[in-house]
Design a protein around this ligand. Structure first.
Ligand SMILES: *[C@@H]1O[C@H](CO)[C@@H](O)[C@H](O)[C@H]1NC(C)=O
Length: 422
């Protein structure tokens, strides 16, 4: 059944970055989100990155109607009913991507409006307690404040899990906060930790649970640490924790800059083109090695990753227009550093550019291996630009030894939708 929503643009996108004048009063009708969501067998095999502008409804095989070139066509940006304007992206497609990522990968993020967050501070420790549905989960965060931070001059903050290079951030006037991610959700199938104390039984991935930990930490900082500015916030972590940091940036628009380090598959390593660096983290081995990172639905795409109607670039694009800086080391083949740099990043940047937010996405290709701490210094100038307004001359569109984007991986980018509104 088809349902349509009619809304005036001005009303529909209040608060977004749009500059479309209210006087252009055009109705935007969102494509209905398929319900139930299509299974892998109802979706075409797409060997290159799916077109981020094509609504899910027009991606399914029931649109093929005997066409033998349907998959080729949609990969090339020739699908029907692509979103036509940034207004339509923010009104329709970005929310649809959020839905489909939760359906196919992350599990459904809990309703924060039903939660009560309480926090107490003792020195540099903040104790966090979250209650919902009569259940409470507790964990701790630890503060490192830069010299001079005060309630009248609060510092921006980077919240991390698993540790980071604190000193250059503190020197730059940025607070560093860590929380004990294992006590939010164990990195295992045990379903233990504060998140599961509240939400046991839900089909949600541990990456989403960690993301929730970042957000509840931010709530607690806002309640108890006036020396921190809760409106200037970075999130980071490396490897599996980088996948978690990406989820943290995705699910909360309060996050100003998302900093996934060496994140790989289920992070910003593409499901397609996974072997470009010579080693091979894949949907299959990530799901069999640590199936708990995602929901169970992602498991139905094992051996069918090319049926996924999204890829890493879609996750990145859904964060726009907020800032994203991506770390990868050239010595890190397993997480497909090359694939992130020449496939996922430039494909996401096409969307950021199209939205007029091209200066908010950055690729940091550095030397060194997996989770090398130098990654944190490498992304710092971009983080300072976003959180402190400090200009930088560093070129974050430089793919280093990887050279230039693999444009054959995103052929739809040569046929970008143009706004009918203008
Ligand atoms: C901090 O708390 C205040 C008061 O509840 C709220 O209005 C504000 O939105 C919060 N800020 C963030 C960043 O959560």
């Amino acid at each position: 059944m088809r349902t349509t929503t009619r809304l005036l643009i001005g009303a529909a996108i209040a608060g977004s970055a749009s500059s479309t004048p209210l006087s252009s009063r055009q109705t935007i009708q969102c494509a209905p989100i398929p319900s139930p969501f299509p299974s892998y067998s109802q979706l075409p095999v797409q060997s290159s990155l799916p077109d981020p502008f094509l609504p899910l409804k027009y991606t399914t095989l029931d649109n093929a109607a005997g066409s033998s070139t349907f998959a080729q066509d949609i990969m090339a940006g020739k699908g029907q009913h692509r979103v036509q304007s940034p207004e339509e992206w923010y009104k329709c497609r970005q929310p649809e991507i959020m839905q489909l990522l939760q359906e196919y990968q992350y599990g459904y993020y809990p309703d924060h409006s039903l939660e009560k967050v309480e926090a107490t501070r003792s020195g540099n420790t903040v104790n966090v307690a979250v209650t919902a549905g009569g259940k409470t989960g507790k964990f701790k965060a630890t503060l490192s404040l830069p010299t001079g931070a005060s309630a009248s001059k609060p510092a921006p903050v980077v919240i991390n899990i698993g540790g980071m290079q604190n000193a250059p951030y503190l020197s730059a006037g940025i607070a560093v906060v860590g929380f004990d991610y294992t006590s939010v959700a164990a990195d295992s199938n045990s379903k233990t930790g504060a998140f599961w104390d509240v939400y046991k039984g839900r089909d949600i991935g541990v990456l989403t649970a960690w993301a929730w930990g970042f957000h509840r930490t931010l709530d607690a900082l806002n309640l108890t640490v006036p020396e921190i500015n809760p409106n200037k916030v970075g999130v980071t972590g490396c490897s599996r924790l980088g996948k978690g940091a990406l989820a943290a940036g995705l699910f909360d628009t309060r996050i100003t800059v998302t900093m996934p380090m060496s994140s790989g598959v289920q992070g910003l390593g593409p499901y397609r083109y996974h072997g470009l660096s010579g080693q091979d983290e894949t949907l299959e081995n990530s799901k069999s090695g640590a199936g708990w990172w995602s929901n169970s639905k992602l498991g139905t795409f094992v051996n069918h990753a090319e049926n996924l109607p999204y890829d890493a670039h879609t996750i990145a694009a859904a964060i726009a227009p907020r800032a994203l800086v991506i770390d990868q080391g050239t010595g890190d083949a397993y997480t497909d550093s090359k694939g992130t740099a020449i496939v996922a990043y430039p494909a996401a940047k096409v969307v950021y550019d199209w939205l007029g937010a091209g200066d908010k996405i950055a690729m940091s290709v550095r030397s060194g291996g997996h989770c090398d701490m130098s990654g944190f210094t490498s992304v710092l100038p971009f983080v300072q630009k976003i959180l402190l307004g400090t200009p930088t001359t560093k070129n974050y569109n430089d793919l280093g030894k990887y050279g230039s984007p693999m444009t054959t991986a995103f052929p739809w980018a040569t046929a970008l939708p143009t706004s009918k509104a203008s």
